[in-house]
Each structure stands twice: as C-alpha cells, then as structure tokens.
Design a protein around this ligand. Structure first.
Ligand code: 3HC
Length: 285
C-alpha cells in the first residue's frame, strides 16, 4: 500500500519530532494534540530547530520551508484521522487513553489505514482490539531525540499482518531511519531492555557509594564510548518516564529486579524529573 498522509497524535517531546521527521521524509503530516498551546509550542520549537539547521548549513532553506509547509496541526483527532494512511500515536502513556484513541481511530480512519503506537511500554496488542482492525496495528518505537536517533523498533503483535510490517518498515526507511524488527512482544523491546540493564547497574554502583554519578557517566563515555553517561541519559529521557517504564515492566514480568530503583523513586517524589523540570541527577539552567 502507498502511504502519503501521516497523522501523529501527541505534540510532546516525541510526537513533535516524529511529526517533523515525517514532514522531512516528504509525507503530508498532521500533528494532533488536544492542547492548542502544546501544538503552538511544538511548532515554535520545530521552526527554531529548522532555522538552526539552516544556519549551520545542515539543511537548505527550501527543504526546511517545504517540510514545515507539509506539517499541519489540529486539535481535532477525528478530522486528522479521516484522511490518514498511517497514524503514529505518541500520546500520554496511559492505557485507558490509548484505548479510547484507538477506538476512535478504528471508527474514523480510512479502512486501509495502519495504526501504530510509539509506546515503549504498552505493546500494541493492548490497543489492537479496541481499534477493530488488529492486523493493521503495531508498535513503531522512535528514540529521543527523534530527529536525530536513527533506530525505529517495529514490533509486531500476534495478529499484525506482514503487509502492515512491510509498510511501516518502508516508512521508517524513507525517514532515513534504521528500522529493526521485533518479532514478538516483550516488555521494553530491544533498546529499553539494554538501556534498563545499564541504568540498573549504574544506579546500583551509585547507591552503594562505589563511585559518583559524574565518574560513572565519565566511565560510560570514555571507557565504553557511549555518547552520554547513564545518568545524563536518564535526565534527558525524564526520570518519570524511566520510573514508568520500570513500573510497567515489573507489572508484566513480576521480576523484582525490574522494579523502579529507590534512587529514581526518590527523585520523582521530589519532583526532580531531569532536564524538563530543571533538575534530575544534575541541575539544568
Ligand atoms: N533535538 C534535536 N536535535 C538534537 C537534540 C534535540 N533534543 N539534541 C541534539 N541534537 C542534535 C544537534 O543539533 C546536533 O546536530 P548536528 O551534529 O547535525 O549539528 C547533534 O544532535 C549532536 O548534538 P550535540 O553536538 O549538541 O551533542 P552530542 O554530540 O552529545 O549529541 C545526542 C547529542 C544526539 C543526544 C547524543 O548525546 C546521543 O546520541 N545521546 C544518546 C541518546 C539516546 O540514547 N537516546 C535514546 C534514549 S531511550 C529512548 O528514547 C526510548 C524511550 O522509550 C525512553
């Protein structure tokens, strides 16, 4: 099937950059959010990002203008859904809200439309039935910052059709991403499982007083060649998101090792959520 129009639901950190990636990939894209303010903030950030790229000589003005011209915004889900060939849902990580969204999409999106969720914690099987078209539902999991990170995990559920996987994989490739196929739903898919293991070890080392968070981050960067240390990365992703991923994984596996780490619980309780709140493991101005 040919995908030309994409609806991205949720103008948060992930949704806005996914939408811009789609527009840069040549797709007619609508970014939808129930909050007009969130849409305006997303637009302003993306315009500023594009201007920065142009100023650095990494994007030409015509390409930036064309992409921003292809990117619309709407507070009405039904309107955006009615013409979409592919929907990428990047709304808040709450199952009840996602179920409602997928039920609406099932009702209003064209019969051929594929419905993907960017969720890293809720496998698509949880919302597939609500959509009434489970074979056209999968996870399409991007990474933060989505305009930069190349990997997209394409995760099939037991009912996802091959045609759906092929179409979503092709879109990811056209966005300049490296799609990887996850053949079976598993909490955390591939990347978050590996990140979780590194984070858990880093948190344990810090908690036991073996080394400071700064030195653990320095070790990850200068001994292992990671672009960021685990504490810097957790601050960027958001400690509330790290906490939520751990809770969702623990609920699924029942493995005590998957429970949120006390250092994370402590930070979240204190409202120290990372970069977005001005402080996490590090302070941000
Ligand atoms: N948005 C858009 N672009 C950004 C950006 C952002 N938030 N942050 C950095 N960039 C761009 C910069 O503009 C720059 O572009 P250029 O080289 O073409 O000019 C490029 O990224 C490099 O940025 P910097 O030079 O400022 O800094 P770094 O070289 O340290 O790179 C980074 C920043 C790309 C974030 C790099 O540190 C990195 O790859 N970190 C690891 C990120 C990671 O692991 N992400 C996955 C998180 S897990 C996840 O998302 C899953 C979810 O389910 C939780």
């Amino acid at each position: 099937m040919t995908i030309e129009r994409i609806l991205v639901i949720g103008a948060g950190t992930m949704g806005r950059q996914i939408a811009m990636s789609c527009a840069l990939g040549g797709y007619s894209t609508v970014l939808q959010d129930i909050s007009a303010d969130a849409l305006d903030a997303a637009r302003a950030e993306l315009e500023s990002w594009a201007a920065g790229r142009v100023a650095k000589g990494k994007l030409d003005q015509a390409t930036a203008d064309a992409a921003l011209g292809r990117l619309g915004q709407d507070t009405d889900l039904v309107q955006g859904a009615s013409t979409a060939d592919l929907v990428i849902e990047a709304a808040v990580e709450r199952l009840d809200i996602k179920e409602q969204i997928f039920a609406q999409l099932g009702e209003h999106a064209p019969a051929h439309a594929i419905l993907a969720t960017n969720s890293s914690t809720l496998p698509s099987s949880k919302v597939a039935e609500a959509s009434g078209r489970p074979e056209q539902v999968c996870n399409m999991h991007f990474f933060n910052p989505a305009l930069v990170m190349k990997c997209v995990e394409v995760v099939r559920n037991a009912q996802t059709s091959d045609a759906t996987i092929e179409a979503v994989t092709e879109v990811a490739s056209r966005l300049g991403k490296n799609p990887v196929l996850v053949n079976k739903e598993i909490p955390g898919f591939i990347a978050n499982r590996m990140m979780g293991a590194i984070n858990a070890e880093a948190l344990n080392l810090a908690h036991a007083g073996i080394a400071s968070i700064e030195d653990i981050d320095t070790t990850a960067k200068t001994a292992l060649g990671h672009p960021m240390g685990p504490f810097e990365l957790m601050d960027m992703v958001g400690l509330d998101v790290i906490d939520f991923i751990a809770q969702a994984t623990y609920a699924e596996t029942g493995d005590a090792a998957d429970q949120p780490h006390p250092l994370i619980t402590e930070k979240v309780a204190a409202g120290k959520l990372g970069r977005k709140s001005g402080e996490g493991f590090y302070p941000y101005s």
